[in-house]
Design a protein. Structure first.
Length: 255
C-alpha cells in the first residue's frame, strides 16, 4: 500500500496522533486511496488501517509508561539513602494503597494515575534533611523547620520534568492540614487538592501500621482511633470516613 509520510524517532505520541488524523482525513477525501486494493471498500480499508495504528500506538505508550515507572522508582530510591524508615517495601505499599483508595473513591483515571505516581515521589525532598536530624527520636523546632521544607524541595525538583500526570500539587500539598495548620502553604479545606488529601491519609496509615525508628507500629484499633482523632484537623473528614469504610470492608472480607 506504500507510505504517505514518515515519522522521525523518537516517537512523540501527540505528533503521531496528529499525523494519523491528517492521513485519515486525506484517505476520507480519496486522496490516498489505492487504485487496486485487497479491501472491499474504502471504509473497510480505513477501519483496518485505524486498528493497526491504534494497536501500534498503544504498544508505544505502554513502552513509554514502563520507562517512566523505571525512572520514577530510580528517583524515589534516593529517599532510601537518607531515611532509615523509608524502604522499598514502604515505597511499594503507599502507591498501592493510594491507588486502591483512589479507585474506591471512584476518582477519574487520570487522577488515580497521578496519585499513584505522586505516592512514589512525594518524599523525594527529604534529600535535603541531614542524617543527624532524621535519626533523632525527639525533634526540636529547628529540626522541624528543616523537615517542613521537603515538600517544597520535592516540588522544585519534580517541576523540572514535563510530567504527563498532574502530580506536582499532590507532592507539594500532601502535608497540608485540613484546618490550615499544615505546610508549606498553609492551605485549608477544599483549597487542598483532593488527591493530596487522599495521599496524606494513605501515607499516614502505612506509617502507623509499620515500625519506625522512633516507635513501634500501632495496633489496628489504635491506628483507626488516630485517624478519627485527626479527623477535621489534620485530615479531611470525608476522606477519613471513606478510608475507614474501605479498610473495614476489606478487613471484614479477608476475615
Amino acid at each position: 500500500m506504500g507510505a504517505s509520510r514518515f515519522i522521525i524517532k523518537p516517537l512523540n505520541p501527540k505528533e503521531l496522533l496528529a499525523e494519523i488524523d491528517k492521513v485519515l482525513k486525506e484517505k476520507s477525501a480519496g486522496l490516498l486511496w489505492p487504485k487496486e486494493s485487497l479491501f472491499k471498500s474504502e471504509e473497510d480499508y480505513l477501519n483496518q488501517y485505524s486498528q493497526v495504528v491504534v494497536h501500534k500506538l498503544e504498544e508505544q505508550i505502554e513502552k513509554q509508561d514502563k520507562l517512566y515507572f523505571q525512572t520514577i522508582k530510580a528517583m524515589a530510591a534516593i529517599i532510601e539513602l537518607t531515611d532509615p524508615d523509608f524502604t522499598f517495601t514502604h515505597l511499594d505499599r503507599v502507591p498501592v494503597m493510594a491507588k486502591r483508595f483512589g479507585i474506591w473513591l471512584e476518582l477519574p483515571p487520570a487522577q488515580i494515575k497521578a496519585l499513584e505516581i505522586a505516592a512514589y515521589l512525594h518524599d523525594i525532598g527529604k534529600i535535603i534533611v541531614p542524617w543527624e536530624v532524621i535519626k533523632k527520636r525527639n525533634l526540636g523546632k529547628d529540626d522541624w523547620d528543616i523537615i517542613k521544607e521537603h515538600p517544597l524541595v520535592a516540588y522544585k525538583i519534580l517541576n523540572k520534568v514535563d510530567w504527563p500526570w498532574p502530580i506536582l500539587d499532590i507532592v507539594r500539598n500532601h502535608h497540608e492540614h485540613f484546618d490550615g495548620t499544615g505546610y508549606p502553604d498553609r492551605l485549608k479545606g477544599a483549597d487542598i487538592p483532593l488527591t493530596a488529601r487522599v495521599l496524606a491519609v494513605s501515607d499516614a496509615w502505612d506509617s502507623m501500621n509499620h515500625d519506625q525508628h522512633y516507635r513501634r507500629r500501632l495496633t489496628y484499633k489504635k491506628a483507626i482511633s488516630e485517624l478519627k482523632i485527626c479527623r477535621g484537623t489534620m485530615f479531611d473528614p470525608f476522606v477519613v470516613d471513606k478510608f475507614i469504610e474501605m479498610i473495614e470492608k476489606c478487613t471484614h472480607t479477608i476475615g
